[in-house]
Ligand binder design. Structure first.
Ligand SMILES: [Zn+2]
Ligand SMILES: [Zn+2]
Length: 337
């Protein structure tokens, strides 16, 4: 099965937190966290369509300027999502610069900032470069069950967590995963290619069975096209399997309320990216900082039945002792004492 998403941490685990999620079949990516982004080349930054910010502590928001700088002057639109106060904070960042020459820029960069509250009301603000980024209000949205985005193939869900302040956790939930039987495709004389994505998209959107599917390809004998009925092709070459779930949890205190909300969000996650800031021996310090220990992160991953756990956001105090953090979270995830 070829996964739809390729998630990778932006930095090594002692660096600023952040998760870059590339789409395997599209020129598109999602970004979770806006910490130090210097590791991401412009090409990767320009693929980003949506940015999800858990909270605005500096290590999660300081990279905004780099993203802005790369996008300025381009015809590009992005959506940003964040907790209460987020739209004003993005506005303050933009207000720190002088924008008197932007009318001459070749393209118009635009950000729609969506700020959500605990009742899942989302207030939107549009910020346009050509207008020097004044905030234009968008129609507010009432979100259902924390779903920030609902697309045909996947949804992004958030949970309100506590870090001594409101902090969002996120999950990408693929609605279903469609596997193509390559040997059956070959038996029909059809090669793989971009046409398969259009075919899968049509299936995701529940298009009628008589919808024509155009398979186009080129080989040394020239260009080819065959038109097939969606229903027949679907029955012949596709298999539905449960979709992936990728969860990103960072900067959270360890207490019952948070544990319940995280385990609900991350239940059966294919991959759980979770902060792992301190060792259990420093649990008092972790509590004062509203962060998790490795043991606590591992126990949450176990309770959520996560299939894979990827720790990050290691405290610099453990430089050179990374293996201890990794061993502790792994043991707790496996249920070892
Ligand atoms: Zn924080
Ligand atoms: Zn942090």
């Amino acid at each position: 099965m070829r996964p739809t998403f390729s998630p990778e941490l932006v930095n090594q685990p002692f660096g600023d937190p952040g998760l870059y999620v590339d789409f395997t079949f599209e020129k598109r990516a999602l970004l979770f966290g806006l910490g130090d982004l210097t590791a991401l080349p412009p090409k990767k930054l320009l693929r980003i369509s949506d940015v999800f910010v858990s909270h605005t502590h500096m290590d999660h928001f300081f990279g905004f300027d780099r993203l802005l700088r790369i996008c300025l002057g381009r015809n590009k639109a992005m959506r940003f999502y964040g907790p209460p106060g987020f739209a004003a904070q993005v506005g303050h960042k933009l207000a720190a610069y002088t924008w008197n020459l932007v009318e001459n820029y070749p393209g118009d960069f635009m950000i729609d900032v969506w700020e959500v509250d605990a009742g899942w009301q989302a207030c939107g603000t549009r910020l346009r470069c050509r207008n020097r980024f004044p905030g234009e209000p968008l129609e507010p949205l009432q979100l259902q069950d924390g779903v920030l985005r609902d697309e045909p193939a996947f949804r992004i869900r958030a949970a309100f967590l506590d870090h001594g302040m409101a902090c969002l956790g996120f999950a990408i939930e693929e609605k279903m995963h469609l596997n193509v039987w390559r040997n059956r495709l070959a038996e029909l004389g059809l090669p793989v290619g971009p046409w398969l994505k259009e075919f899968k998209d049509a299936v995701m959107q529940n298009a009628p069975d008589d919808t024509p599917v155009r398979a186009c390809w080129c080989d040394r004998n020239g260009e080819h096209e065959r038109v097939l009925a969606l229903g027949a092709l679907k029955a012949e070459v596709l298999r539905r399997v449960p979709g992936e779930k990728i969860c990103y949890i960072t900067d959270v205190a360890f207490h019952q309320g948070n544990v319940q909300r995280i385990t609900a969000l991350a239940a059966d996650a294919t991959q759980l990216f979770i902060e792992c800031v301190f060792l259990e021996q420093d649990a008092d310090h972790a509590a004062r900082k509203h962060h998790l220990t490795a043991r606590q992160a591992g126990s949450i991953a176990r309770e959520a039945s996560a299939k894979q756990v990827i720790p990050f956001h290691f405290s610099p105090r453990y430089a050179g002792r990374e293996a201890l953090l990794r061993a502790e979270i792994k043991a707790a995830w496996a249920g070892l004492p």
